[in-house]
Write a protein that binds this ligand. Structure first.
Ligand code: HEM
Length: 209
């Protein structure tokens, strides 16, 4: 769960950085979208690298969900009475939110793929280019709202997920280290959420046309 989660964080950071290209204008964004499809050509066929990444992401998703279901079952059998001593962390609320938040993110990703990858869902007139679709989607407040809600779910999941991954990997060796892990969880989650939300708000506010 920790390793696939960290792979997802890597993907999110790269995806977020790529989305910021829209701030340089529609041409820069379309060029970037084209580059993802043609990277490695002619040695690698068109979309070759993209498909390797897609298969890697899908395999990670299957392993991540499988780990979640296994852990859920194990936690249910583990301990029926509460611990007396509280350790620094985010508490039970976030832990519970992980399961339902994870499910919500899964539903969002399906929606997101239908929206911006297959273009089955459109937020207005069908647009022929990646930049056109992004600009069309986020020029309406409700389009931005859908993504804001999704990014809040992603942020909460990351906040506890990064913390949990550090625990699993044995990085929590002292109280000071626990505080550092907490700081890094907040920092990385904030960078990802804010970074993803900059393009939608920049478009809504008319800063990118
Ligand atoms: C405001 C937030 C986001 C925006 C504006 C956005 C935008 C986009 C766009 C434009 C594409 C299509 C790229 C192309 O094919 O040209 C895309 C693909 C994708 N996005 Fe996002 N994205 C956002 C957040 C997320 C999040 C949070 C996740 C994961 C939890 C995610 C996962 C994906 C995946 C898996 C693809 C498909 C990549 C592929 O196989 O082609 N996105 N996104």
């Amino acid at each position: 769960m920790a390793v696939t989660g960290l792979l997802f964080i890597g993907f999110l950071l790269v995806h977020m950085y790529g989305n910021l290209m829209i701030l340089l204008g529609p041409e820069a964004f379309d060029e970037y979208a084209e580059h993802i499809r043609t990277v490695g050509e002619p040695m690698i066929p068109e979309k070759g690298v993209l498909w390797v990444l897609r298969i890697g992401l899908l395999a990670s998703l299957v392993l991540h969900v499988w780990s979640a279901v296994t852990l859920w079952g194990r936690a249910g059998k583990a301990r029926t009475t509460r611990y007396v001593m509280k350790r620094p962390g985010y508490g039970n609320f976030y832990a519970k939110a992980m399961r339902w938040g994870g499910l919500a993110i899964l539903l969002f990703v399906i929606f997101h793929l239908l929206h911006l990858t297959t273009h089955t869902i459109t937020f207005g007139e069908p647009e022929p280019t990646p930049a056109g679709r992004v600009l069309e989607s986020f020029s309406q407040w409700w389009g931005v709202l859908i993504y804001v809600v999704a990014m809040v779910a992603v942020g909460m999941h990351l906040l506890h997920g990064i913390w949990g991954a550090c625990m699993t990997l044995g990085l929590n060796t002292s109280l000071k280290r626990a505080e550092q892990i907490r700081f890094v969880s907040i920092l990385v989650s904030t960078i990802i959420v804010v970074g993803f939300l900059i393009p939608p708000f920049a478009i809504l506010l008319g800063l990118v046309k």
